[in-house]
Design a protein around this ligand. Structure first.
Ligand code: F6R
Ligand code: MG
Ligand code: MG
Length: 367
């Protein structure tokens, strides 16, 4: 049976700053999808990571389906009313357009979708990150899908050893989708040359070269490209099919032990290590650190199992301790050098005003 998994997420308000959505807000979104998605959906799951609510839906209507996207948009609209009534911070923040027009792409919420013929056993992973940028998944995906130091399947599985095709988007281009396809292993240096720049080049999808099946879908929304100004970090989501012709779950998770440095953290304007956290985690230290959660599922005829929390294991407690040290270490240098993002990525304009004022006071010395 051909099934589509659509996950759509938005920040529509949270308690105590940018910490987490209220229970009433989550209930409202859940009840809306449950009531109005009865006919349309096979199944759904609602979760949160930091201040973002994700609606994961299974159905048979294909990617970019108007009714499915509108259901999520309307659920977020209904939630926004509750968020406003409760005085939640940033109520309706990610709903950047007034009226729905066919597809949530370009309207604020992030979207990732996969359509495939179900295998007899169909495991997949749903990642959600908060206080960071879409390129946060670049390095983990590169290591899982191209590097046998991280992914044993590249050596041990005859299907995986045929390599993968990456589609990478240049998110600085705003007049349309500017993308490039690169085949691994042949083009790993070209791929690495792009993926070193997490702000600009973002992995959008990965396909198996052995079977042609899509393994990965990442949201590539850049909120400031839509709003024309910085409105917050993009907090990307990702779906990954696993096992058989794809990497094993553990091979997809392995690179998250690094806690690699990404853009985001406080005011979306700093550099911090990406910490793998449990499902439904909050945000704390310096409005961070940047976090990523992972819910593992199996799906059969569109019906989801309960989610398993992939980062809820004693191993990740040790990793979180290491990453906390890394977060404190980079924070010790405050605004200096790479601890704060370059001008183009700063979420706030205040510093530009300071620079403009100072420019007038600069003088060039005579020889
Ligand atoms: C980062 C984030 C927070 C806020 C910070 C200030 O993505 O959401 O770090 O930027 O709490 O928030 P405002 O300017 O809304 O008071
Ligand atoms: Mg937010
Ligand atoms: Mg967020």
């Amino acid at each position: 049976m051909k099934i589509t998994i659509s996950v759509i997420k938005a920040d529509i308000g949270s308690i105590g700053g940018h910490i987490k959505p209220s229970n009433l807000l989550l209930e409202t979104v859940k009840n809306y999808v449950s009531e109005y998605g009865k006919e349309l959906l096979k199944d759904f799951y609602i979760g949160f990571t930091g201040d973002d609510i994700a609606i994961l839906m299974t159905h048979t209507h294909g990617k970019g389906n108007e009714a499915v996207h509108k259901l999520a948009w309307d659920a977020f609209k209904a939630g926004t009313i509750v968020a406003k009534n409760q005085g939640l911070y940033g109520a309706g923040q990610d709903l950047l357009k007034d009226s729905f027009s066919g597809n949530v792409k370009g309207m604020g919420p992030a979207v990732a979708e996969l359509e495939f013929e179900e295998r007899p056993n169909e495991p997949f992973l749903f990642f959600a990150a908060d206080k960071t940028e879409p390129g946060a998944y670049n390095l983990p995906l590169y290591l899982t899908f191209t590097d046998p130091m991280y992914c044993a399947g590249l050596l041990l599985s005859s299907e995986m050893s045929k390599g993968f095709k990456f589609t990478v988007m240049d998110v600085s281009y705003t007049r349309g989708d500017k993308v490039i396809d690169l085949k691994t292993p042949e083009e790993i240096y070209e791929l690495a040359s792009l993926l070193r720049d997490n702000e600009r080049f973002v992995v959008e999808s990965v396909y198996s070269r052995a079977t042609g099946d899509q393994a990965v879908a990442v949201s590539t929304t850049r909120l400031h490209n839509i709003a024309g100004k910085y409105t917050g970090k993009d907090d990307p989501i990702m779906l990954v099919r696993v096992q058989k012709q794809f990497p094993a779950t553990g091979e997809v998770l392995a690179p998250y032990s690094i806690g690699h440095l990404v853009g985001g953290f406080m005011r979306g304007s700093h550099t911090g290590p990406l910490m793998p956290v449990k499902l439904n985690s909050t945000i704390s230290y310096f409005d961070g650190p940047p976090v990523v959660s992972c819910a593992a599922f199996c799906v059969q005829n569109g019906k989801l199992t309960e989610p398993v929390d992939a980062f809820d294991h004693p191993f990740w407690e040790y990793v979180r301790d290491q990453i906390s040290k890394k977060a404190i270490e980079i924070r010790r240098q405050g605004f200096s050098g790479p601890a704060m993002l370059p001008y183009s990525e700063l979420e706030y304009g205040g510093i530009v005003e300071i620079m403009n004022r100072l420019e007038k006071k600069f003088r060039v010395r005579k020889k």
